[in-house]
Design a protein around this ligand. Structure first.
Ligand code: HEC
Ligand code: HEC
Length: 263
């Protein structure tokens, strides 16, 4: 069962493709200091992993064209009351098994709620929470959490070096693209392309998610949903622990990311 209305596919598709290439180009520029062979290999890996993202358009991007109004954060605050018990009233959950929603994009929140409701992303708790929500509710709640700021955690110093390497450069030898190619250098993600924010997310949740993806879990059967399982498959347990810890300590600015222990 699909929640995707038809229409405007080529426009959004073109947009996603353009984004992916713009990102690859900016990475190439950022890596000017690196040896030429290495810097050309990394963006290429990112771009090839990114290519499937353009093949199918994410669901929530279309909602804006299908009569559902963009989210109203004020209406969303009331509708989000039931979510606070696990995710925190301001979207900063205190229990690390529940992902932080603060600062996450409206589009991504809508997409995942749609996935939970349809069972594409399987989680019994969230299926129950998403079931009564209308598409408009999802947008309002998404807008509410998107307007909050994620509070960063602290990265494990012993893991930061490897984590930062994976995040910023990937691992060409293993065929792992740089995470920042899609999730952006400061971890804020890319709402238009439906690449979620990772910055400040609980390492425990990231780790559990990447392990599940490593083992083949995906949140749907479209090309977009196949991106992360194909990347996570190439990460071993140490890689996952390192990048998860780096992400939790990642602040939303580049200079702060270099000093993850600063509160
Ligand atoms: C009883 C606890 C609980 C409640 C209440 C709850 N959630 Fe969740 N939520 C979870 C868990 C657990 C996950 C992680 C699911 C997984 O691992 O796939 C999650 C995941 C999510 C995600 C995906 C986040 C991401 O980064 O991918 C969204 C979005 C979400 N919840 C929204 C909501 C909303 C909106 C509500 C209120 C209507 C809500 N949740 C209420 C437990 C809860
Ligand atoms: C080509 C683009 C791309 C690259 C590169 C990429 N990701 Fe992702 N990532 C995505 C997309 C798309 C999603 C959302 C998946 C979905 O909706 O099915 C995602 C989701 C995630 C999630 C789940 C977030 C949440 O809130 O639940 C984590 C964790 C993650 N990525 C980590 C990583 C890490 C670590 C790397 C680098 C090793 C990486 N990603 C590289 C596109 C990418």
């Amino acid at each position: 069962m699909s929640f995707r209305p038809a229409g405007s596919r080529p426009a959004v598709l073109g947009c996603a493709v353009a984004l992916v290439f713009a990102l690859s180009a900016s990475i190439a520029a950022a890596q000017d200091a690196k040896p030429a062979a290495a810097s050309s290999a990394k963006p290429a890996a990112a771009a090839s992993a990114a290519a499937p993202a353009a093949a199918e358009k994410p669901a929530a991007a279309e909602a804006a064209h299908s009569g559902v109004k963009l989210g109203d954060a004020a209406a969303g605050q009331g509708k989000a009351a039931a979510c606070g018990a696990c995710h925190g009233m301001d979207g900063n959950s205190s229990d690390a098994q529940y992902p932080k929603l603060a600062g996450q994009s409206e589009q991504y929140i809508v997409q995942q709620l749609t996935n939970f409701k349809s069972g594409k992303r399987q989680n019994p708790i969230m299926m129950g929470m998403a079931a009564p929500l209308s598409e408009q509710d999802m947008h309002d709640i998404g807008a509410y959490f998107a307007g909050k700021s994620a509070l960063p955690g602290v990265a494990d110093q012993a893991l930061v070096e490897r984590g930062e390497q994976l995040y910023r450069q990937g691992d060409a030898a293993k065929g792992v693209p740089a995470c920042m190619a899609c999730h952006s250098i400061d971890g804020r993600g890319n709402p238009g392309a439906m690449y979620p924010q990772l910055t400040s997310q609980h390492a425990q949740y990231i780790q559990a998610t990447l392990k599940a993806m490593h083992d083949g879990t995906s949140w749907g059967d479209d090309a977009h949903a196949r991106i992360m399982p194909s990347i996570a498959q190439k990460l071993d347990e140490k890689d996952i622990a390192a990048v998860a810890s780096y992400v939790e300590g990642l602040h939303a600015t580049e200079s702060a990311a270099a000093k993850p222990a600063t509160p």
